[in-house]
Every structure is written in C-alpha cells, then in structure tokens.
Design a protein around this ligand. Sequence first.
Ligand code: AMP
Ligand code: ZN
Ligand code: FE
Ligand code: FE
Length: 311
Amino acid sequence: MKPEAGSQRPEDGRRSAASVVPASVLRPPSSGFADLHLHTIFSDGTYTPEELTGRAQQLGFAALALTDHDTVEGCARMSAACQQAGLEFIPATELTAEFDDNELHLLGYFVDTQNPRLLAEMAKFQKVRQERIHEMVARLNQLDIPLQADAVFAIANCRSPGRPHVGRALVAGGFCSGLDEAFERFLKKNRPAWVPKFKISALDAIGLIHQAGGLAAMAHPGLNRTDKIIPALASAGLDGLECFHTKHTPAASERYVRMAKEFNLAITGGSDCHGLSKGKPLIGTVKLPYEYVEKLKSKAANRKSVEPLNR
Ligand code: AMP
Ligand code: ZN
Ligand code: FE
Ligand code: FE
C-alpha cells in the first residue's frame, strides 16, 4: 500500500496548519480548515455520511464537501449530519472526463443537487458503471475466477459502483489477499480485467457543472498528470485547481498554487478519503485553510450573479 502523505496528524488540528500545505503558501486561517474531497458508501467509500462527518468533527474540521463519483445522492444525509455537528457543508460530485486524450477528474462544487440535467447525465454515467461491472466480471470469469456480478453489486450497494467494489469482492471471495493485489493483478489500467470507463468531454463536464450552478475544479492534477492541459481548460471555463491532495508532494502543491494564481483558478484541496477501503482513512491528511473556502464561495456567488441557472 502506498504510504499516506502528511501522516504527521496533529493532536489539535484546529490550531495546526494544513499538514500537506507548505508553510510558504499559508496565511493564518480565518477560521479552521476544510476537506473538499471525500467519498462515502454512495460511491466507493466505506464510511456513511454520518460516520465521515463524525470523524471530521473529531479532527476539528470546519467545512466539508462530499465528492462521490457520478452522484450527489449522499449530499442530503451529509448535509444533515454536518448541520447537526456544526460543520459547513458543500454539495459536490466528482466526474471522470477527458481532454486531448488525457483522463482527468472534475470536482463540481456547490452544484444544485436537484438540477435535472445534472441528475439525468449522472444517471447515464451510473448505468455505464453498472454495465462495466458486468464486463469486468466477465473478463475475470475468462481468467477462471468464478466471481459473480451479484457479489460485486451486493458489496457496492450503490448506483455508482466501480473498480474498488470489484476489488473488495475479489478479496471477500478469497481470490486476492487485498485490494492492492486485486488492482495489481486485475484491475489497474491495461491489466486483464480492466475495462475503460466512459468519460464525458471535459468541456461538456464544465458546462454541465456550470448549468447546475456549480464551480468546476480539476482534481489531483499530480495523480492524473494533467498539468499540460490546465491552461487550455482554464481558458475554457475551469474555475478551480485541487492544489492540495494526499498524493501531492509539498513541492507539487506549491507548483499548483502558483499555477492556480497564474490562471486565476480557485485553490482547493482535500484528502480523497475513501474510508477504510485502503487501510487507514485519509481524512485529516489534507487540511485546507478556510480562507480558500471563502474564496471559492465568493467565486460561486459571482458566477451565479453573472450567469443565471439555465435549466
Ligand atoms: P473507477 O472509477 O471504477 O475507475 O475506480 C477508480 C477508483 O479506484 C479511484 O477513485 C480509486 O479510489 C481506486 N483506485 C484506483 N487505482 C487504485 C489502486 N491501484 N489501488 C486501490 N484503489 C485504486
Ligand atoms: Zn474513488
Ligand atoms: Fe479522482
Ligand atoms: Fe476522488
């Protein structure tokens, strides 16, 4: 398993700076810190919204965004849990997109979770995800692994199943010793059970997020190696850049902060916590100073004031 970045978890996070945010880019937080990249059982995380919110509260977070893959279904429960815990909540989602043959992930912040077009498009992505599970299982069966699609769907128990659920089913069925082995042997890109995922064009995804009243931020550019497309996407309406992410080194985060400033993109950050699916939960490894949430909110408010929602 890959080591967690920023594992020097502070005792009292509220007083400490972001553990993976280099000091050179920090100013004193106006109020606490945020995690703007989180997954729950509504996609491939293992925590319920309530469990995730509870952990965030223990860690001293002031604001959270839920970014489940291709769904906003968990947002209502997460919002209620955050309200009860006294945390600010930002509804969001994470879409898989492509631009010039590059895969990228787009985070849609402040989207209207009832927006009909967004919901209709995400329902299509979910259907493709479900079909993809059958294809991956068929490939495994060809490799004489007698996994059943129903076993994957039982574990996933959500509309947005993905490779981690296939991996968990392989482990539960005794076919692999752990998720890492499942990805290494079968599920990683170009491994025998890998099936490419449908990707919306990045420009369409940005448009979809905007018409739902949201802001589009490029997730983990360091993980997807998408630095070179940042300028073009910034010109095409991208609003933010996830500068701080568990898998970004401090040097990478500093580079992305510079790029965000150069291209007038909001600075975002989050742990990309998937709960216990990869061992230790990642929540707490990225602590975005709250001032960046304030900037993101004012950018969202400006966008709404200049571009009324097009339903
Ligand atoms: P999918 O959306 O179905 O293609 O699955 C992508 C998800 O799989 C990511 O969000 C990660 O959570 C997870 N993932 C990708 N690569 C690995 C890996 N090598 N080991 C464990 N999980 C992974
Ligand atoms: Zn995921
Ligand atoms: Fe992602
Ligand atoms: Fe993610």
